[in-house]
Design a protein around this ligand. Sequence first.
Ligand code: HEC
Ligand code: HEC
Length: 199
Amino acid sequence: MPNPETVKTLGRALATVSLLFLVSHVKAQLPDAGRLALCAACHGSLGNSQIAAIPSLAGQPRVFLENQLVLIREGLRDIPPMKGILDNVKDPEIIQLATYFSSQTPAKVKGNIDGVKYQRGQDLSRKMLCGTCHLPDYAGRQQIPRLAGQQEVFLLYAMKQFRDHSGPGRDTIMSASLYGLKDNELDDISHFLANFKQD
Ligand code: HEC
Ligand code: HEC
């Protein structure tokens, strides 16, 4: 008969090992395939949106995605088309979804670029110091979203929202950053960011 203390120690060791296994397993796990297919229906395959009003998720910073997914799930950021979609999605799966989309490669930009408009948008973005938070390549970091290559229509919509209705669930820092900018200026900035090319 093994000594009961030895059995207990062995049991504990086994439990620790299987917990470690579980943690690494969960982190490496892909989100549920059915759920991903649902996201893809709107946000595009691998998170590269083909729909003007719907943002791409590919290459967004993981922390930004995690934050937004929690805000959307809790109804603090109100997105009617996504209503109910994140009900019952627990934190570990939110982390998996955010990890998955942040590790996808943003699609190459292929819009028709209006050079004059692009230049005006670039000058404005520099003057307004957008790159101090969103980074000079507009790839974002931490809780600050990527803007480079984002859908142009969505960028304009999001900026008008920040400027005109700084509602709940969105950061007031953005309303301050856009204060006083006119519609045509936001339009130029959207064109520049959506088509951003490193110079
Ligand atoms: C029926 C369409 C639809 C489906 C399905 C959908 N979304 Fe969305 N999602 C949207 C729209 C539209 C917006 C932007 C709305 C806005 O800002 O008002 C959005 C915004 C987001 C945002 C914020 C992005 C940003 O840059 O601000 C995240 C994150 C997101 N969705 C993740 C997901 C995930 C993950 C799934 C799958 C579980 C999903 N969505 C399914 C329509 C959808
Ligand atoms: C002080 C830091 C800061 C500055 C400066 C700033 N931003 Fe932001 N921006 C943020 C943060 C943080 C968010 C995320 C907001 C949220 O979580 O609701 C954001 C969100 C956005 C979004 C929404 C993107 C999305 O996917 O949801 C757009 C568009 C945007 N910023 C454009 C700009 C532009 C254009 C400028 C310059 C005129 C600018 N920002 C300046 C911090 C900043």
